[in-house]
Design a binder for this molecule. Structure first.
Ligand SMILES: C[S@@+](CC[C@H](N)C(=O)[O-])C[C@H]1O[C@@H](n2cnc3c(N)ncnc32)[C@H](O)[C@@H]1O
Length: 235
């Protein structure tokens, strides 16, 4: 069972010796990899739905790791008790779902030292929320797979050192390391927002006016970061 480039990059963010909760594990590909490669001794693999968890169980049995990968059905981090894990992986879900899972984590959140997050969308809002809620961005990556860009954000407890909230939103560690795919990611987002504006212009409804200004604000932020990146690239 080979991991995709995206899951492999997520695995690289897990420190050796960590006790991990993989939330929304689906086929339990990541837990099996972490155990097989000696990165973790114990992984709790959770999923909201029965179907994915059955597939996960099949793969865990096949790999012979039923004594080290513990399968649990339930919502987000609610399946974890306090002190049980130090690292959580929440990947392949929307940014707002990831935020809700962390918000509703209850006492399980207290023992978490690190989270590796891979939002499928809304990553900028998620980063802002994380830094406003006691998490600092430790490292980040962008992975290109099947013509799609995936952001992976690794956060630890602490205070984010970057003060510029726009840079925080696009990824402060991506910005610092002049990540080669950041400009492409920003231009993709700009394209989406410009498409939304053009659709809104076709609609004469007054209720779109407020939303239009919100979208325009997003475009302004992204254009500002785009300019900074182009300037940085020349230096
Ligand atoms: C697209 S899959 C991602 C699988 C894997 N994490 C990955 O990154 O490849 C999303 C999985 O999350 C599960 N899921 C969605 N919402 C969830 C929640 N609130 N708590 C736990 N699992 C959830 C779904 O059932 C599904 O199996």
């Amino acid at each position: 069972m080979r991991l995709t480039k995206r899951l492999m990059t997520i695995a690289k963010f897990i420190s050796t010796g960590s006790v991990v909760a993989d939330i929304g594990t689906d086929h339990a590909m990541l837990p099996v990899y972490l155990i097989k490669n000696g990165i973790s001794e114990k992984v709790i693999a959770g999923d909201l739905n029965k179907g994915p968890l059955e597939m996960a169980k099949k793969n865990v049995i096949e790999a012979g790791f039923l004594d080290r990968i513990f399968l649990r059905q339930g919502n987000g981090l609610e399946i974890i008790s306090s002190g049980e894990v130090d690292t959580a992986v929440i990947s392949g879900m929307g940014g707002s779902t990831i935020r809700e899972i962390i918000q509703n984590a209850g006492s399980a959140a207290n023992s978490l030292k690190k989270m590796v997050l891979q939002p499928m969308n809304d990553s900028r809002r998620l980063r802002k929320w994380l830094v406003e809620n006691g998490w600092a961005i430790d490292d980040e990556e962008i992975v290109e797979e099947d013509s799609r860009l995936y952001e992976i954000v690794c956060v630890v407890r602490g205070v984010e050192k970057t003060m510029d909230i726009d840079i925080v939103s696009v990824g402060p560690r991506l910005f610092e390391k002049k990540h080669p795919l950041l400009l492409k990611l920003i231009r993709n987002e700009l394209e989406n927002f410009n498409r939304i504006v053009s659709d809104m212009e076709k609609s004469a409804l007054s209720k779109t006016i407020l939303k239009r200004s919100e979208v325009q604000r997003e475009i302004d932020v992204l254009e500002r970061i785009e300019k900074c990146l182009l300037l940085n690239a020349r230096q």
